[in-house]
Design a protein around this ligand. Structure first.
Ligand code: 5GP
Length: 126
């Protein structure tokens, strides 16, 4: 896999406990915490504990245990926020930015979960 993981990135430092975070959920393989600059009333980042750079890296290289755990944590957060459309919630958006065109800022895979207000269209028109 042609990814070179930078273990000095800010989320690696959060995982090592070098930088504080506002944890909302933690399992053996996954950590979820509040974004430091929230773009919505609820803005949570879900990250694997393993050294994965972006979505495709994680999706193709992670173990099944890591993949399942990550997805379950993301679902449990939606449930805890009360935003599941199927349960009468108002909905939410998940985003994962990758690389240059994706404008990824932190090179450790993360899923944004945004909720708590109408979020507009997915992308601005070019
Ligand atoms: P990206 O652009 O890589 O998808 O998003 C990175 C996200 O990480 C941004 O929304 C940014 O606000 C958030 N972020 C950057 N540094 C920190 C930090 O030290 N703590 C937390 N909780 N979030 C951070």
């Amino acid at each position: 896999m042609a990814y070179d993981y930078d273990d000095q990135n800010i989320f690696a430092r959060i995982l090592r406990g070098e930088i504080p975070n506002s944890t909302v959920m933690e399992t053996d393989h996954t950590l979820a915490f509040r974004d430091i600059q929230p773009q919505a009333p609820e803005h949570i980042l879900v990250i694997p504990k393993g050294p994965y750079v972006c979505h495709d890296h994680f999706a193709l290289a992670a173990s099944e245990a890591e993949l399942v755990d990550f997805m379950r944590v993301s679902g449990r957060i939606c449930a805890e926020l009360g935003v599941q459309p199927g349960e009468g919630g108002a909905g939410y958006r998940t985003i994962s930015n990758a690389g240059g065109h994706g404008v990824q800022e932190v090179p450790h895979y993360h899923l944004h979960i945004l909720a708590g207000r109408p979020l507009g269209r997915m992308l601005e028109q070019a």
